[in-house]
Every structure is written in C-alpha cells, then in structure tokens.
Design a binder for this molecule. Structure first.
Ligand code: SAM
Length: 249
C-alpha cells in the first residue's frame, strides 16, 4: 500500500488558523497588549472547558505518579500558559519544561510572561517549526538527550492549527503537512514511560486516536481526560477532547 493510500482521507477544511501569518499577527498584537498591561497575557485556549486544570488533574493522578523532576515539552506553546499552570501548585519544577512555537512573537510573549511568573525562571522557550525542522533531542538540551526524550509532551490546539493548513509536503506523496505530525513529535518522547497529551476541538476522540496511531508514530492510546458530555442527535460528545498516548513497547 502506498503512503497516500494508507492515510485517512478525512481532512479539515483549511483556514487562516493554519497559516503562520495569522499567528505572527496575533502574537504581535498580544505582545503590544501585554507590554501596555502586564496582566493581559493573551488567549488561553479552551479555558471555557477548564482544560488546563483538567490536564493538571490527569497528570497528578496517582495512576501516573509523575515526579517533580518530570520533563515537559509543550508544542505550539503560544503564551506558555499551560506550562505556567503546571507550576502553580508546586508539583513540578520549571527546570524540566520547554515550550516551542514557530512564531517568534509567541516565544517573546511567553518569555516576557515567564519573567513575572513565580518559579518559571527555569522554563525554556525556543522558536521551532515542529513540522519543517528535523530536530534531534540535543536541540532541547543535554539532559533531554541523555534521558532519551521527554517524559510528557503536551499539545493544546496545535495539531488542530496544523490540520487547518493547506500546505502539502514537498516529498511528492500528496499528503498535507499535518499528516506527518505524529511521527515528527512522537520521536521526542521517552520510549519507555513517556506520555503525550493532545487536546483538540476540531477532531473527535476517535478521529484523534486514528490520526495518531495509524501512522509511523509508534503511539498507542493510553487514556483520556474527562470533560462534561452533552447529547446531540442521539450522540454523546464534548466540545473539547484530550487524549493520552504512549509509545508502544
Ligand atoms: C491554537 S494555538 C494554541 C496555543 C497554546 N498551545 C495554547 O493552548 O494557548 C496554536 C499554536 O500552534 C502554533 N503552531 C502552529 N503551527 C506550528 C508549527 N508548525 N510549529 C510550531 N508551532 C506551531 C501557533 O503559532 C500557535 O501558537
């Protein structure tokens, strides 16, 4: 089977949210707002679903028993708020946290907010295009390279944004760029015990599982974060889903 035949053909309709120009102009505005009013930290995606505290509860559950020195990579970090929210209750140390984003404005905004956030001095923010770069682990620092990857990779809304890009891969496979996301990101996860949490409002849980596990990612589903459910047209659903994956043994 060729690579294009093996892909699920259900794509999202492209929109401005899939373009770097959109995010660059948003973060330029959010930087201006933040510099005139430091309490304005910009958009916290999915805050109406209480997403960050639900992710925190999932990560601090007894089942996972993560240590304070757990390492985190937040892909498409935006203003970095998801990482800062994990620092709030003192369960995790900032030293092991890295946020990456392809927009320079995001990185600048997150760094500015880190300066006013307690215990965030160790959190690193780095500009990185997670699809177009071929980044090895040492890019994230010697600790991550020595440990063989991150304990936890977080994505809140970034796979969604990349899925809205109409850009095609330049390898002649006819695939859209979002289709290589799983294999690109999963290789930064520790082979044993690493977990990846992806939060989406554009894909259902089933679709997300299919997209992440049917490629060369080596990922399998391990759980989900619970959200309030509603019933519509006889079907149960939630506005946002967060699915946890781990690398297959
Ligand atoms: C919906 S926003 C979510 C921001 C943040 N995760 C949050 O929850 O507030 C999507 C983010 O993905 C970033 N992004 C999109 N494509 C990217 C890529 N190829 N590499 C790195 N970041 C990307 C955008 O710049 C934007 O910050």
């Amino acid at each position: 089977m060729s690579s294009s035949e093996s892909q699920d053909e259900t794509h999202l309709t492209p929109s401005a949210l899939g373009t770097k120009a959109h995010w660059d102009s948003l973060y330029a505005l959010e930087l201006t707002n933040h510099s005139s009013n430091p309490s304005d930290i910009g958009t916290v995606w999915f805050s109406d679903s209480d997403c960050e505290s639900r992710i925190y509860q999932y990560l601090t559950s007894d089942d996972l028993s993560l240590s304070p020195t757990t390492t985190f990579l937040d892909v498409g970090t935006g203003n970095g708020h998801l990482l800062f929210s994990l620092l709030e209750d003192g369960d995790f140390e900032g030293d092991g946290m890295v946020g990456v984003d392809y927009s320079e404005g995001s990185v600048e905004l997150a760094k500015n907010i880190a300066e006013q956030t307690p215990n965030a001095e160790g959190v690193k923010f780095i500009r990185l295009d997670i699809i177009k770069s071929s980044t090895e682990l040492d890019f994230f620092g010697s600790r991550i390279a020595e440990e063989g990857g991150f304990d936890v990779i977080l994505d809140k809304g970034t796979f969604d944004a990349i899925s809205l890009s109409d850009e095609m891969l330049d390898d002649g496979s006819g695939r859209r760029i979002y289709e290589v996301y799983p294999e690109k990101v999963a290789k930064w996860l520790k082979p044993e015990g690493g977990i990846m949490l992806i939060t989406s409002c554009n894909w259902t849980e089933d679709e997300l599982v299919k997209k992440m596990t049917s490629s060369n990612s080596g990922l399998e589903k391990m759980g989900r974060v619970k959200y309030p459910e509603f019933t519509f047209g006889g079907k149960k659903g939630s506005t946002v889903c967060t699915v946890a994956f781990r690398r297959k043994a």
